[in-house]
Design a protein around this ligand. Structure first.
Ligand SMILES: CC(=O)N[C@H](C=O)[C@@H](O)[C@H](O)[C@H](O)COP(=O)(O)O
Length: 238
């Protein structure tokens, strides 16, 4: 896939961890089929079995990731060449990688990491960043697409809140700043919930928007609704 084929629109993140009720490649493949039926321009998928199952089930582009924790190291989204090569072998059109300023588990900087991918492999690279500065570094290093995925998740971008992070608002400022400074496609990702905040992000310059929990994590959708309803009940003393 060439970068000019990367359409504008909605990307659905189809991910479930082992402790979630919809964990399993079969479930994620069905989520991806539903996303394609609904008109999504791509899906984002974690783990090799899930990426393979989704690739077999849909024809829209797949953004593959491997969440791989390493001891004493923050970067966990496709953080080394080992995971990148494994994603590339599945035929995923795009690989998303950690592009924070933090050193990767093998000691590489983001620049070295992106150079290594673009030198060795013919795959589009989506740089998952948490700040505008990280976006600029990743873009200059050759990343094809810049995504706000990790904003609010690195220690230096976390915001104090009484809500769990998945229920917090997205950060629209970083979308606008990335779009103003970078001419690569910007993907708004992280706590975008529905078409209201997705369209707002696109008006600010996002090329595409990823919605994950808001579509594919029913327990989080339930929690969000329950939280709002319980807050109302508390306010009216019921
Ligand atoms: C921070 C991190 O690890 N984000 C992950 C990245 O792949 C996923 O857990 C998110 O679900 C995804 O980014 C979509 O975001 P949301 O589910 O908020 O729409």
């Amino acid at each position: 896939m060439q970068l000019h084929e990367f359409k504008r629109g909605l990307i659905v993140s189809c991910q479930a961890q082992e402790d979630e009720p919809f964990f399993g490649s079969g479930y994620m493949a069905r989520m991806a089929v539903a996303a394609e039926m609904g008109g999504a321009i791509g899906v984002r998928v974690n783990t090799l079995p899930d990426i393979r199952a989704v690739k077999a089930a849909v024809s829209i582009p797949v953004i593959g990731i491997i969440k791989q924790p390493y001891p004493d190291c923050y970067p966990y989204i496709t953080p080394t060449m080992k995971e990148v090569r494994a994603v590339a072998e599945t035929g995923a059109e795009i690989v998303a990688v950690d592009a924070t300023k933090l050193l990767k588990p093998d000691g590489k900087t983001t620049e070295q990491f992106i150079h290594a991918i673009k030198t060795e492999l013919d795959i589009l690279v989506m740089a998952d960043v948490s700040t505008v500065e990280e976006g600029l570094v990743a873009w200059k290093a050759g990343a094809d697409i810049i995504a706000s995925t990790l904003n609010g998740y690195t220690s230096y971008t976390q915001q104090p809140s009484d809500l769990p992070i998945e229920l917090q608002e997205p950060n629209f400022d970083i979308i606008q700043a990335l779009a103003d400074k970078i001419s690569a496609p910007i993907v708004a990702e992280g706590r975008f919930w529905d078409h209201h905040n997705a369209v707002k992000a696109m008006k600010l310059g996002a090329h595409a928007v990823v919605i994950g929990a808001g579509i594919t994590r029913p327990q989080v959708i339930t929690l969000k609704n329950v939280t709002a309803i319980n807050r109302y009940l508390q306010e009216c003393g019921s």
